[in-house]
Write a protein of this length. Structure first.
Lengths: 139, 139
DNA sequence: TCCGACACTCTCCTTTCGGTGCGTATAAAT
DNA sequence: ATTTATACGCACCGAAAGGAGAGTGTCGGA
């Protein structure tokens, strides 16, 4: 247990002030977008539509995996609202609805591509880190 | 209102079966990782540490923006567990804790970089899409 | 002697997430 | 006449996320 005096020596290592923030309105908007877009279901739907092109409701559900109808509807509606997907309703019976990525959606999908690659490349490393953490905790 | 017969003509446009899935265990793990990593707070903390280098608890909180202590602690602990951040405790009084990205964390940050750029580049477009959606809804 | 600083933890409390199940419209197939 | 298929909306419910505020331990400074 060292004294608090040692603190200053640590402190001097980085002394830059908190940098000036950019326009808070834009910042808030970007955070909002990140909050919506960095969502598990959004990412999975994006991914599914990206590699399948066009899918209808139930097909999309199967492509995503274990997602409930409710979440699928909800997420897809939000994505439509944000201009990420295009929803085409064919007025036939029984109903038929097609979903496709808009150019905006495609660009986001491309941006997320790096994250997918990262996840596939580093999952083993994460598992190791978790084990190391658990082991270190016992001691 | 057209008849359901028109359906088949729509249907024939894409006729590929759902493609074979990859190893379900890996797939589940990747989805789990995505679920953890594609989190608003994780992304914001990653971003903050990426551009500030090293931060201590309260500094990190300010850098992120409006985050509660609870969420900050919680997220940062999860990130530590997954090997994304390194946490250094200086045993002085009052306490002093430093947070830095690990190489793994830096690589994830780099992967997310594209998403940040995307968000900054397209936020205006999203706003327009939302307005268009709201306008179309009235009609 | 009391306050403030730091990095939390702990206890409520409210909001959101997400699942299940039911209803609906209508034509075609059995 | 009954069933089936499709893409949902709606209501209900438990679980989890997340915020607010108080408490903690110790020391240096007023």
């Amino acid at each position: 247990m060292r004294k608090a005096l040692a603190d200053s020596e640590i402190e001097t290592r980085r002394r830059y002030p908190v940098p000036a923030e950019t326009d808070p309105a834009i910042e808030a908007l970007v955070q909002d977008i990140i909050g919506k877009v960095a969502d598990k279901w959004t990412m999975l739907i994006l991914e599914a539509l990206q590699e399948q092109g066009t899918l209808r409701f139930t097909q999309l559900g199967k492509a995503v995996g274990r997602i409930s109808q409710k979440m699928l509807t909800q997420t897809v509606r939000q994505m439509e609202q944000d201009g990420l997907v295009h929803r085409t309703v064919h007025p036939v019976i029984p109903p038929h609805v097609d979903y496709t990525l808009t150019p905006l959606g495609e660009s986001l999908s491309a941006a997320f591509c790096g994250v997918w690659i990262w996840a596939e490349a580093h999952h083993a490393e994460i598992l190791r880190a978790r084990e190391a953490f658990a082991a270190a905790r016992k001691a």
